[in-house]
Write a protein of this length. Structure first.
Length: 109
């Protein structure tokens, strides 16, 4: 049960990361200086996909890292079952939260 939860968080996190990269690359490739409103919509859509993927990666990474850290004794030994693999998925979201907190403190509430 613990192994399945850990692996599902890790696998879903990697799938979200790869699909977000491919989606953003696919949206932004046809955009050029003559796109007009379609280019603005494509840029907005790629930002939305990026923010959604960061939120999903952070949630999956934190849950996977907590499971890997708390139940480290129940997981099989091996490089795949180290808790820092899913924790790496949470780094972009954590950096975004720190950036937003810093901007809020600098600019005021």
């Amino acid at each position: 049960m613990i192994k399945a939860l850990y692996l599902s968080c890790l696998i879903f996190g990697v799938v979200v990361l790869i699909s977000a990269i491919l989606t953003i690359a696919g949206i932004m490739v046809p955009v050029d200086e003559n796109s007009g409103n379609a280019g603005a919509f494509s840029a907005f859509l790629s930002i939305g996909v990026g923010v959604l993927s960061i939120v999903l990666l952070t949630a999956l990474g934190i849950v996977g890292a907590m499971v890997g850290c708390l139940y480290e004794d129940n997981l099989p030994p091996g490089l795949l079952y180290k808790y820092w693999w899913p924790a790496l998925l949470a780094v972009p979201g954590t950096m975004l939260l720190i950036l937003l907190a810093g901007k809020t403190l600098i600019n005021g509430f």
